[in-house]
Design a protein around this ligand. Structure first.
Ligand code: ATP
Ligand code: MG
Length: 650
């Protein structure tokens, strides 16, 4: 059970390093400081202007209908087509030859897809879906590797008003089946396989297993990527047979601003994944605006790369919809960062002259572990902005990223958001905000996030508590698919009239926000609420530690005791003394209250496929309980390795 947050969260970590925005970037930034005032003075007017960056077939009548909270409607009466906005309008504006994606396959094969190519491919795929009997409102499950047909399939669905449900291409048949069933998908789009770690990795057998007992699925559309042997069933249709013979024109009809665009399941870090429903107009407005503002995207000159997988929300919003709506040139990469060598990502940045790079703290910590000498071999001078998402970024990881990848000149934007929020909510603006390692800084213009105590009152500067969002925002989830009550219970019941994301945060003396991890993970030690993030960041600041996860385990004396699972950096030896050294280091950094009761050195940590540490499983181990839902775990053998370590520390 999570401890009862009677008090506010203790504020232990002190971080004083500061990085002002580069003056040239500040002078030429897409969004300047006045945006905050403009949005504060007229929030709805601000979002109307953001919506005007899109092309609407019919203008909306009401900007926000909040008459039936928590069910919001944005841009009511407006009509637009997402695929038209992401593709056709750029071609019509004479930018058809501009590259939309520089695609890089893991084996080194490449494809260059211009906006004109994308228009033809999406039109053909849309015509193919229609031929398969897919209609507006039908759900289409997509289970694919990171190949161009993935965004093409998503855009084809969006074009005809079908609702896609992308399932990460590494999930098991069970995980895929439960998502197909939950959405009652009519069609599944997949591939024979994709490349991972140098080998073809089959996807089709997993789909066959999931589809075998999925009566709603009528057809399975299969892209040939690896050429590996595929057992065909009577539901299967090859993409190259069906799509390639379609007409490459398709008239995109407008859809209602509130028509569903997609369902996407949360990462499953804290519990059973939730099917989050996003709709059309508000979603596209916010992802396009935030991509323009937070990454300062200059579509004419920037090359943008988000290393996420499209199977989670970062890929939906910031590989597909946001960048394409803005007419960006992006890199898309199929494989893993260490294939065929550990410099692969830096080689890609050098090759395509990537100027904006967006990745996750888990990746950054891995690169720190692999060593500074690897990125040092590549020319990364094209970079100008770096982003982070997915977990709180430890200050040490932030500083390493800035220095070793960003050449000490690129601002780092730590972007807080969720599958549920659809788009970035809290983040520095690279031309405005001073960088503070570990801080997500301020709610973006138009977003009213706050930190409150358990009574829902704003905490003063210097205080910690619960992150909330006070007003609806355009890209907010509309519900949990098929479960309005769970939507109300999960997000709108903790605080009257406010959205509660489930995360803890603190507000520093300047009023800037620091995310402190899940409230469910907060530890209650001798009456103090201590965030996992702060203790983990203290551990990661020790030169021998690459990565750390801490949990609270029942303790007869202190209520909960802190148990830390740590991975050492390459070269650091596991020894008798290391536990004492690390415990003392935490006590020195944060104070004796945060000193871990136990330190365990482990080879790996349990993570979701999107790279987040699953502390609830570590808590189960520390409490000697049976493990909870493990379907979203990357590698279940990790839990055995960790369990083996535990008795020795008791
Ligand atoms: P589930 O809801 O199923 O437990 P999840 O919360 O991990 O899974 P996502 O929507 O992928 O699913 O992740 C959103 C969460 O990730 C946020 O609520 C927050 O805890 C964390 N997060 C994302 N970005 C940041 C960030 N920049 N700083 C701190 N935390 C972040
Ligand atoms: Mg969540």
């Amino acid at each position: 059970m999570a401890p009862d947050n009677k008090e506010t969260l203790s504020n232990l970590l002190q971080e004083s390093r500061r990085f002002p925005p580069p003056p040239e970037l500040a002078a030429d930034a897409n969004v300047k400081a006045d945006a905050y005032d403009e949005a504060a003075a007229d929030r709805l007017g601000f979002w109307e202007r953001a919506a005007d960056r899109l092309s609407w077939a019919q203008r909306w009548e009401t900007t926000l209908d909040w008459s039936n909270p928590p069910f919001a409607k944005w841009f009511v009466g407006g009509k637009l087509n997402v695929a038209y906005n992401c593709v056709d309008r750029h071609v019509e504006a004479g930018r058809g030859d501009k590259v939309a994606y520089h695609w890089e396959g893991e084996p080194g094969d490449t494809r260059e897809i211009t906006y004109a190519d994308l228009q033809r491919e999406v039109s053909k795929a849309a015509n193919a879906l229609i031929e398969l009997g897919v209609e507006k409102g039908d759900r289409v499950a997509i289970y694919m590797p990171m190949i161009p047909e993935l965004p093409i399939a998503m855009l084809a669905c969006a074009r005809i008003g079908a609702v896609h449900s992308v399932v990460f291409g590494g999930f098991s048949a069970d995980a895929l089946r439960s998502r197909i069933h939950d959405g009652q998908a009519k069609l599944v789009i997949t591939a024979d396989g994709g490349y991972r770690r140098g080998n073809p990795n089959a996807l089709k057998p997993t789909v066959d297993e999931a589809v075998a007992d999925s009566p709603t699925v009528e057809k399975v559309l299969v892209v040939r990527r690896t050429g590996q042997d595929v057992a065909l069933t009577d539901k299967d249709v090859w993409w190259h047979d069906l799509v390639d013979r379609q007409s490459d024109t398709h008239e995109a009809r407008p859809h209602d601003a509130e028509d569903p665009l997609y369902i996407l399941y949360t990462s499953g870090t804290t519990a059973k994944p939730k099917g989050i429903l996003h709709t059309t107009g508000g979603y596209l407005t916010q992802v396009a605006y935030t991509h323009h503002a937070v990454f300062d995207l200059k579509p004419e000159t920037d090359v943008y790369w988000c290393s996420a997988d499209i199977g989670w929300v970062t890929g939906h919003s910031y590989i597909v919809y946001g960048p394409l709506a803005n007419g960006a040139t992006s890199v898309m990469y199929e494989g893993t960062p260490d294939t065929p060598h550990r410099g692969r990502w830096w080689e890609i940045i050098q090759k395509y002259k990537v100027s904006i790079f967006y990745t996750a703290p888990t990746a950054i910590r891995t690169f720190m572990k692999w060593g500074d000498d690897i990125p040092a071999k590549y020319d990364l001078s094209s970079l100008r902005i770096l982003g982070s998402v997915g977990e709180p970024i430890n200050p040490e990881a932030y500083v390493w990223y800035r220095e070793h990848i960003g050449g000490d000149r690129c601002p780092v934007v730590d972007t807080w958001w969720q599958t549920e929020t659809g788009g970035i909510m809290i983040s520095p603006l690279p031309g405005v905000s001073e960088g503070k390692p570990g801080a997500a800084m301020r709610p973006l213009p138009g977003i009213t996030a706050d930190v409150v105590d358990d009574q829902g009152h704003s905490v003063p500067n210097g205080g910690g508590g619960f992150l909330v969002v006070r007003d609806p925002w355009p890209a907010m989830l509309r519900t949990i698919w098929g479960d309005d009550q769970r939507f109300i219970d999960t997000y709108w019941s903790r605080f009257e009239g406010m959205y509660f994301p489930g995360d803890g945060a603190k507000r520093d003396e300047d009023g800037d926000l620091w995310l402190l991890g899940r409230v469910d993970d907060v530890m209650l030690v001798s009456g103090h609420n201590i965030s996992t993030t702060e203790v983990e960041s203290a551990l990661v600041s020790h030169p021998k530690v690459a990565e750390a996860a801490v949990v609270g385990a029942t303790d007869p004396v202190t209520g909960q005791g802190i148990v830390a699972f740590t991975i050492l950096r390459g070269g650091a030896e596991e020894s008798e003394d290391i536990a004492k050294e690390l415990r003392d280091h935490v006590a020195r950094t944060l104070g004796p209250i945060a000193k871990p009761r136990q330190i365990l050195v482990v080879p790996e940590l349990p993570k979701t496929r999107s790279g987040k540490i699953m502390r609830r499983l570590l808590r189960d181990v520390a409490e000697n309980r049976q493990l909870g839902d493990v379907t979203t775990l990357t590698d279940s053998s990790v839990m055995n390795l960790i369990a083996e370590k535990l008795p020795s520390a008791k």
